[in-house]
Design a protein around this ligand. Structure first.
Ligand SMILES: NC(=O)c1ccc[n+]([C@@H]2O[C@H](COP(=O)([O-])OP(=O)(O)OC[C@H]3O[C@@H](n4cnc5c(N)ncnc54)[C@H](OP(=O)(O)O)[C@@H]3O)[C@@H](O)[C@H]2O)c1
Length: 306
């Protein structure tokens, strides 16, 4: 099978496409023929070892000291079940599924084996494979942090999403809206129309105005792009308000329950898959270059099977 290989840490140009043996599912695994994945900031961070100071050492311990221990990157997939292990019961051949592999990665390849007990579920019936692939990365992260802020327990929650136009930001606006929140979104003037279309109630354009002088107070502030700080946001919080940032040691986990929740929202047309660009697998270097700009709106899809 064809797979994108990251043989060493470095710029997008380190990536190559190589032939690898097609994996065989173990007893409780399913073999997925991947149709679409995404190139996201997590992939770019691993490829480029893009962390500061001491975290570089921690990342090397986690991912491989001199090069990625798992050379096939990619943490989300949407595809078709091709084969099932002898004890796998939850899926059948031909099922259209989507999911996330976390640090196991391996999704930038034509095939992937994953335990049926990991983060995999049926893809939304009304979603294309590209749309399904665009749901997990930002979606799961947004659910993780907003639930950490106990959004469901707050009546009429007031939420500020800083950096509302990336993969996590676009998801966070939508997830918060689905919890009944009044959402203030901070984005650039270029991102205003997108943020409005996602349902944000108020928009602050960070390149035109200072979001810290807004008079509202919030139950939850989620910095979805890691460019603000707790100190900067503290005056905007209600006394019981909480600040979360995607930048730090708190890492969102993947889960079937999150995927099922996103699936339900998408099928009920309460959540949109935001896709900036779609690249074929052969253009993975270009896709990484674009993600590295830090300017993408929503998600960058990698089309695996043409
Ligand atoms: N902790 C976790 O579990 C977790 C999980 C997922 C991701 N992350 C981290 O979360 C961060 C965001 O990930 P992502 O994939 O959503 O990023 P992304 O899609 O690359 O975010 C890019 C977006 O951020 C906007 N932006 C850039 N600079 C900004 C600024 N100063 N203020 C507000 N918005 C700005 C850009 O629009 P404009 O240029 O038009 O402003 C662009 O739309 C990454 O650092 C990633 O590693 C953490």
């Amino acid at each position: 099978m064809k797979a994108v290989i990251c043989p060493k840490y470095g710029p997008p140009e380190v990536l190559t496409i190589q032939e690898l043996p097609k994996p065989v599912p173990k007893k409780n695994e399913v073999l997925i023929k991947i149709v679409a994945s995404t190139v996201n900031t997590g992939d770019a961070r691993i490829r480029g070892l893009k962390v500061k100071g001491f975290m570089k050492f921690v990342m090397r311990l986690m991912l491989g000291i001199t090069k990625p221990r798992k050379p096939v990157l990619g943490v989300v997939f949407a595809g078709i079940v091709e084969q099932i292990g002898e004890n796998a019961r939850q899926f059948k051949v031909g099922d259209e599924v989507y999911g996330a592999t976390g640090l196991n990665q391996g999704c930038h390849a034509e095939f992937l084996c994953i335990s049926e007990n990991k983060a995999i579920t049926h893809k939304p019936k009304n979603a294309s494979f590209e749309e399904a692939a665009a749901l997990p990365f930002g979606g799961q992260t947004a659910i993780y942090f907003l639930r950490k802020g106990k959004i469901a327990e707050i009546s009429n929650p007031e939420v500020l999403i800083y950096g509302a136009t990336g993969s996590v930001g676009t998801a966070a606006v939508q997830v918060a809206k689905n919890y009944g929140a009044t959402v203030t979104a901070v984005c650039s003037s270029k991102g205003k129309e997108l943020t409005k279309a996602l349902g944000a109630d108020k928009i602050i354009e960070y390149d035109r105005e200072d979001y810290t002088i807004v008079s509202d107070k919030f139950d939850i502030i989620l910095d979805a792009v890691g460019k603000s700080s707790k100190k900067e946001c503290a005056p905007l919080l209600k006394p019981s308000g909480k600040f979360f940032s995607v930048e730090g040691l708190d890492i969102a986990s993947e889960s079937t329950e999150y995927l099922d929740y996103l699936c339900q929202l998408f099928e009920n047309r309460k959540y949109k898959a935001i896709i900036d660009k779609v690249y074929p697998m052969d253009e993975v270097v270009e896709a990484h270059r674009f993600v590295d700009t830090g300017r993408k709106k929503g998600n960058v899809v990698l089309r695996i099977i043409h």
